[in-house]
Design a protein around this ligand. Structure first.
Ligand SMILES: NC(=O)C1=CN([C@@H]2O[C@H](COP(=O)(O)OP(=O)(O)OC[C@H]3O[C@@H](n4cnc5c(N)ncnc54)[C@H](OP(=O)(O)O)[C@@H]3O)[C@@H](O)[C@H]2O)[C@@H](O)CC1
Ligand SMILES: Nc1ncnc2c1ncn2[C@@H]1O[C@H](COP(=O)(O)OP(=O)(O)O)[C@@H](O)[C@H]1O
Length: 468
């Protein structure tokens, strides 16, 4: 609590120098953080006042007493007191409820939360401690809750700060790492967020003597009348991620939009897949993009090969549970995840970490639950992607990702590393494309930026550019 409150005070002083601060302290340890922050602000020469509920947590009572001992003033917290005293403040600190909040919000505190949001609407900056009061730390949903400008969170990023409407409540998020006992720290850090430096180090480096046959042969199995463009997007994503040789196999007439891609149409795709000999197979497969109603049957055929395989879109069927292997990467968006789990999409987006974990248990291999951000669930644990751009919410974007992942798998990257670094490459390319094209991004715009994204990740890892 001492470290948390001190970190919050330092951040407050950095973000709002010299501003008189009104701190709201709830009865639990989150309120205790507010008392500690107030004491440190005072010692830094910042004017601070606390409005508090009766302290119930022993450490909160102790820190309330320490605040009094240094001359700090505490008044009873009521909506009226908040409205009155917030007029003289430059910043309002929300230390009402943290990870101990159990919904639903009781009426008395609901009124206080309403008063905080009203003060913010009048122009006062609001800083939440650990997470905005009224949010359930584990969930992406937001009922009545504080809208913050800044959240100083302690020890680990809670799911509420990462996903959905809850994350929008937090404003800018600053993570204050605390020196907690290791077992507490693990519980707080519910998912890892890998850094570009780590992900860049996973990318393959092509040998000077490489030729197209050694740089990863990727097959894309997809396309159906009406969705024949999907495999093209995947194939182009694969080529732009360094695959040496990309072949599209389809039962449909796939448009030859990029002459670099080989296109093979099969009157009986199932018979073709059944007849491929072991040495005629590629290094990796991406299957399912626009593939249509027979996708699960085709997936079973390809899964028998035991090759690194990305399963996307139409191949994401519950009947495939148990048919996968540990070299599979499954890439559902929330709608497909809901179909696989027998839940609604709203249930998936409310708790994406649990959904990703459940999908991985059901399907095996590695699961990428796509979104902004995406979750990668692997046998080794969960990670949450960074970056991306809301403009990426457009059709075909996931097809490009499948191609990226297949290209990395085809170049020998492990499924877990391919998923984590591929998702970040895609997101980084989206950020770059947004700079070039603005808000309305297409999947092709993003594919065009994959080379730059690759360079950015390698640079973050301190590696020399590819080619030698
Ligand atoms: N873990 C760590 O390592 C560290 C944790 N730290 C800090 O501790 C925080 C967690 O503290 P916590 O567990 O004391 O809970 P907290 O968020 O203050 O909430 C409890 C209070 O809320 C109230 N309340 C609950 N539900 C309610 C409702 N529906 N409607 C209304 N009221 C409701 C409940 O009331 P009661 O049920 O007691 O009447 C009680 O007063 C964490 O977020 C972080 O800030 C840091 O110091 C760093 C180290
Ligand atoms: N708001 C966002 N922020 C970051 N990435 C996003 C956002 N919205 C979508 N994406 C990314 O775009 C892709 C969309 O995939 P998907 O829904 O499968 O598209 P499609 O089925 O049309 O190919 C996913 O990789 C997802 O992570």
């Amino acid at each position: 609590m001492e470290e948390a409150g001190r970190a919050a005070a330092n951040e407050l002083r950095r973000a709002f120098p010299g501003q008189a601060t009104l701190l709201l302290a709830g009865g639990g340890a989150n309120g205790g953080d507010a008392f500690v922050a107030a004491r440190h602000l005072l010692s830094l020469g910042v004017g601070a006042t606390v409005l508090a509920l009766p302290a119930r947590h022993p450490l909160t009572r102790r820190n309330r007493a320490r605040w009094r001992a240094v001359g700090g003033q505490t008044f009873a917290l009521t909506p009226a007191a908040l409205a009155r005293r917030s007029r003289d403040a430059g910043v309002l600190v929300d230390g009402l409820l943290g990870t101990g909040f159990q919904p639903p919000l009781r009426p008395a505190l609901a009124e206080v939360v309403g008063a905080v949001n009203a003060a913010r609407a009048r122009g006062l900056a609001v800083v939440s401690l650990d997470l905005p009061s009224g949010l359930d730390a584990a969930l992406a949903e937001a009922g009545l809750s504080v809208q913050a400008n800044l959240t100083v969170t302690f020890s680990g990023l809670k799911p509420a700060l990462l996903f959905g409407p809850a994350a929008e409540r937090a404003g800018r998020v600053v993570l204050a790492p605390l020196r907690l006992p290791p077992e507490w720290a693990t519980a707080e850090a519910l998912a890892q967020r890998p850094l570009d430096a780590d992900l860049g180090a996973c990318l393959p480096v092509r040998a000077a003597g490489a030729h197209k046959g050694t740089a990863g042969r990727v097959w894309v199995v997809g396309g159906h009348p009406g969705t024949a463009g999907a495999p093209v997007l995947a194939g182009w994503g694969a080529l732009r991620t360094g695959a040496g040789l990309v072949t599209l196999h389809s039962g449909a007439e796939v448009p030859l939009l990029h002459p670099e891609l080989m296109v093979r149409r099969h009157s009986d795709l199932g018979a073709f897949l059944d007849g491929v000999s072991a040495n005629g197979r590629p290094d990796a497969v991406a299957l399912g993009m626009g593939l249509g109603p027979d996708a699960a049957d085709h997936a079973r055929r390809v899964l028998r090969w035991g090759l690194p395989t990305v399963l996307d879109a139409d191949a994401l069927q519950p009947e495939l549970a148990g048919s996968g292997h540990d070299r599979c990467v499954w890439t559902p968006h929330p709608g497909e995840a809901a179909r696989l789990l027998g839940h609604t999409a709203a249930e998936v987006t409310r708790d994406p970490l649990s959904a990703a974990r459940a999908l991985q248990a059901q399907l095996g291999g590695v699961v990428v639950l796509k979104g902004g951000p995406s979750v990668v669930a692997a046998p080794g644990g969960l990670s949450v992607s960074r970056g991306g751009h809301p403009g990426m919410a457009s059709a075909g974007m996931g097809d490009t990702l499948s191609g990226i992942l297949a290209a990395l798998l085809g170049q020998g990257v492990s499924p877990e590393d391919a998923a984590r670094s591929g998702v970040r490459l895609h997101a980084r390319a989206g950020e770059r494309a947004a700079r070039a094209f603005g808000y309305g991004l297409s999947a092709s715009d993003v594919a065009a930026e994959l080379g730059g994204a690759w360079h950015d990740l390698q640079a973050a890892a301190g590696a020399p550019g590819g080619g030698t």
